[in-house]
Each structure stands twice: as C-alpha cells, then as structure tokens.
Design a protein around this ligand. Structure first.
Ligand code: ATP
Ligand code: MG
Length: 539
C-alpha cells in the first residue's frame, strides 16, 4: 500500500493534521445477501490497509437491513473470506443491532418536522419523483402534522399496516436538482423474518438513511464506498446532521473493479447459483473469493492484483488475463514440478525388462532445492500425452515423438518409436518403442540430440486422476446473462498423475500442462482443477 499512495490517503492525512480526528476508523460494510467476490477484495484492502497505515482500525459491519435477501450462511462465508485475505476486523457488527437507535432518530426527524408518513404506493412515489430536468411533485400527505406522523409511524412499527401501505419519508425538497434529496423513503414495512432480529421489527430502514447512521454510531471517520454512491453523499450528510449524530463520518468514493468475461455482482452471481449453472457460490469458475480459493488462487496473488489495478477514483475494468498473470507469478517459484498425463496414450518399451521398475530421484523443482526431492518411476509400460505423438513428423517445428523419431523422456531416457498398434476403428492405441540405456538423464550423454523432451508417467506406478480444465463461465455481451453461458467452461479429462502426487494437496505445476490444485470436494478420488495455464492463452 505504501507505494500506492492515493487520494483517500491524502484526505486522511489532512484530517489528522487538522485534528479533525485522532485516529482513522473505517469499516467494510457488506450486505449478507451473497458471497464476497474479488471486487469486494478491493473494498476490503482499501479499508483495512488505509486504517492500518495510520494506526487506526476497521470494523466488519453487516449491512443487514433487507430481511428478504439476507441469510446467516452469507454472514459466515463473509467472515471467513475476510479472515482468509489476512484481515482481522476490530469488531464484527450488525446494522440490525442499531434498529432501535435508528427508530429513535426517525422519531426525532418527525418531531423536527423533517419526516412524514406517506400513504402513496411505491409506484406513485416513483412516478412523482420527477426527472433530471423536471422537479418532483409534493405528496398529498406531505403536510401531515407532527402528531399525526408520530402516531402513524408508531402504528407502522406496531404492525397495524400492510406491506406497502405506508412509508416514512424525509421532508426535504421535491424540486432539488439531486433526485436523492427529493423526500427519500427512510422506512418501509416488511413482515419477512430477519435472520437475526426475527420478527421483532416490521419496519426496516432504507440504505440511504441506515448507512450514515451506522457509520456515525460506530464512530467511523471515513466511510469509503464505491463510485455509484457519489450523488448520495448530500443525503448521507443530511441524515447525519439532522438526526443530530455526535460523530460526523465523511463519505469518500472510490472506483469499482470489474473483470471481463465474468460477473462481479452478487445479484448476477446468485442467478448462476440458483439456476444451477455452477456448483455453488464457491464454484472454482466464479470470481467469488471462495471460488478463487477452491481454484487455487492465493491471497498474495489476489492482493498483488488488486494493488496493481490501482486504487483510483475511476472504475477499472481489467482482463481475466491480468488476474491470471498474478497467480502464475505467485505459483512459479513455490510449486513442485510434477508429471501428469491428461490424455493418455500407452507406450511399451520392447527392449526393457518385463518386471523391472527403476526409481529415479530428482528435485521437486530444479530452481528451488529447498522444496526437496521426489522419486520418478520408470518401467516397461508408460503413458504419454496423445498429443505428443504423430505418425509422421510434419515439419521441423514438431519437437515431440513420431514414428522412427527419438525424444527424451523428462527425468529418464531417450525413446524411439518403431511401431504402432491400432484398434478396429483405425485409431492408434499403443506405441512400441525402444529405449537407450546410455541416455539416462544426468549421465551427460551427448552423442545424439533428441527431437524434443516430453513428459510421461510409469503405468506400473501412476495413479488414475481426473483433470478439470476450467474456463470463464460467461461471455461478455449485451444479451441476457443466461444466454451468454460458456457451455465448455468445465471440461474433464481422465488420465494419470505420477506416484509422487499421492498425498500432495498443495498447488503444483504439471509440467507442460499448467498449474493445478487438488479438488478439495472430491474425497474419494484424485481430481485436480487447473488453476491457470503455463502461458497466457489470452486472445
Ligand atoms: P454486489 O453488487 O456484488 O452485491 P454491493 O456493492 O451491493 O455488491 P455490498 O455487500 O453492499 O455489495 O458491498 C460491500 C462493499 O464492497 C461496498 O462498500 C461496495 O461498494 C464494495 N464493493 C462491492 N463490489 C465492488 C467492486 N466490484 N469493486 C469495488 N468495491 C466493491
Ligand atoms: Mg449492495
């Protein structure tokens, strides 16, 4: 964060210098209506890093004011995700704990003649709000007396009215150029049970009223939110002032982060989950923090990525390739280099003893000896990738196996193909090769140059495995979300991993195939998600 000084930091510095505050207190205020996504990571990092930078602190506060959409399971996942990113909130708080104080402050607004109960329907209120060019119309209920308003609002709270029958509105100015100041609704009626307060309340505060009060109650000094709230700032300040809050928070907006070829809003993510397009909120193809975690993304890579996108005031839209480059950089130096065959073709070494199994000890990563060593097995029957064989070498660029061509097997020997075996359908199902004992890896053999190096596993020791090759879940475009689903976003291959993969749960590099991680949800068999390919396939 140090090196990424930004405009919010400058404001905080000035506020401290001018003794406006003694310390910096921020909050991360998600609504518990879904799982967090990588866009939220930007908000988390901005809030926690800035407060930490000034020796202040950050609250995790659930903005739980919409009982219809909120659930306890979202609360749990959000707490877990914030922790996973490495941040410790000073306190975990809930807007619903302030419902009574918010209610009392609403009574104060009524007493000051600054709020009234409106009997108009939501539709009428929205129709009379006016437009950018035309003023709104005063509600016929706008001039109710203070007593009448107090009486009706208390009745609203006590459950005397139906949902939608009445609302409480702030009394500001129906002609204000800022539409958010045209008598915004502050309270609505809902009989839905709340995940924490159950049926204690049947009136719920609206975001524009609730949020500034939540901030002020907690003594938040700087309330950082995304850019779409910029023209809500006047109403934020109005509520803090008119409800006579002691502590005055200041709202500052920053840009949202968007990534191409994915959805970054809980509302759309929920559509994918509810329609079973994905396996759940934590599906490894989703940009949720839990999905990225299952996919094998590290918190370090996510943080570096967020900082690299900048913490500016403008919204940022970046490519998936950019995100991928950060996990690739992070994994490159910490992963073991292993062998897996995703699409196996059987190879038999005709001049190798039948029951012999060789054990070859090699480093897990040549460039990183501290990772340790592994045993590579070599035997008469092997598997190589189908793609690594072609009957006739087509051109000079073909640096793999072909009939009568010799290649090096990674960590082992040179092999040369002399025959192929076909099935009834004319497909190649097995290669017959010879190996040259003299060419063992590490022996310094240099009499012939092989036509490239390919990877393999020993059929005698390899473990069957499933490989999930994942792609972005949706295509960008104007069509409705469900018409933009990438049907090939989850492709599965059945192959083998080398024996040394047994009990290896951390991310690895399967040489030539990419970075992979064990699918933690598959307990019975070995299954791996491809985290990212070795090279960017970005088109
Ligand atoms: P969503 O649209 O995913 O539901 P939201 O803004 O409604 O997002 P909240 O849970 O209300 O989600 O947001 C918590 C905080 O995270 C807010 O301050 C919000 O501005 C911020 N935030 C959400 N999405 C992004 C994003 N893509 N980039 C930056 N900040 C974000
Ligand atoms: Mg929201």
């Amino acid at each position: 964060m140090e090196k990424h000084s930004n405009f919010i930091k400058t404001i905080m510095e000035e506020d401290l210098k001018n003794k406006k505050h003694d310390t910096i207190i921020t909050r991360f205020p998600p609504e518990p209506n879904g799982f967090l996504h990588i866009g939220h990571a930007r908000a988390i990092i901005i809030n926690f890093e800035l407060a930490k930078n000034f020796g202040g602190y950050t609250n995790l506060r659930f903005d739980d004011t919409n009982p219809e959409k909120e659930e306890e399971k979202y609360v749990h996942s959000i707490i877990e995700d914030v922790k996973w990113l490495g941040y410790e909130p000073k306190a975990i708080l809930y807007a619903s704990d302030y419902f009574n104080e918010m209610y009392q402050r609403a009574l104060l607004l009524i007493k000051k003649g600054l709020a009234y109960v409106d009997d108009q329907s939501a539709e009428e209120i929205s129709k009379t709000r006016g437009t950018l060019n035309t003023p709104g119309l005063n509600s016929p209920y706008r001039n109710r007396t203070v007593d009448e308003n107090l009486n009706l609002f208390i009745k609203m709270k006590e459950g005397h009215f139906q949902e939608g029958e009445k609302v409480l509105r702030a009394k500001i100015d129906m002609a204000n150029p800022n539409i958010n100041l045209r008598d915004p609704v502050i309270y609505r009626i809902s009989y839905e049970a709340h995940h924490r307060t159950k049926n204690d309340w049947v009136i719920y505060p609206m975001y524009d009223y609730a949020h500034p009060l939540e901030d002020a109650i907690e003594g938040i000094t700087h309330s950082l939110c995304s850019l779409e709230f910029e023209n809500h700032r006047p109403i934020y300040d109005w509520f803090v002032k008119e409800t006579e809050m002691e502590k005055i928070p200041r709202q500052i907006e920053f840009g949202r982060l968007n990534i191409e070829n994915t959805v970054m809003s809980k509302r759309y993510l929920k559509v994918l989950v509810d329609n079973k397009i994905v396996t759940g909120w934590d599906d490894p193809r989703l940009p949720t923090l839990s999905g990225l975690r299952n996919r094998g993304y590290t918190k370090e890579a996510i943080k570096e990525f967020i900082l690299a996108t900048g913490l500016s005031k403008t919204n940022a839209s970046v490519s998936m390739a950019m995100l991928e480059s950060f996990i690739r950089d992070d994994l490159q130096n910490k992963t073991s280099k292993m062998m897996a065959v995703l699409d196996p073709l059987k190879v038999t070494i005709t001049n190798y003893p039948d029951n012999k199994i060789e054990e070859i000890i090699v480093p897990l990563d040549q460039n990183n000896p501290s990772l340790g060593e592994k045993t590579v097995y070599f035997s008469k029957h092997l598997y190589i990738e189908k793609d690594d064989f072609i009957l006739e070498k087509p051109n000079k660029k073909w640096k793999r196996l072909a009939k009568d061509i010799e290649v090096r097997l990674f960590n082992a020997y040179f092999i040369k193909c002399h025959d192929v075996i076909y099935n009834d359908k004319g497909e190649i199902i097995e290669l017959l090769v010879t190996y040259d004992e003299e060419t063992k890896s590490g022996s310094g053999f240099n009499k012939r140059k092989p036509n490239g190096t390919i990877h393999f596993v020993s059929a005698a020791k390899a473990l069957p495995a499933t490989f999930n090759l994942l792609e972005p879940i949706i295509f960008d475009g104007e069509e409705p979300l469900l018409d933009r689903i990438n049907k090939n976003s989850w492709q599965t291959k059945q192959g083998y991993v080398e024996k040394a993969m047994e009990n290896k749960d951390e991310a690895v590099q399967f040489i030539r195939n990419g970075y992979f991680i064990r699918d933690q949800k598959e307990k019975e068999k070995l299954a791996y998600h491809r985290i990212v390919e070795l090279k960017s396939s970005f088109k």
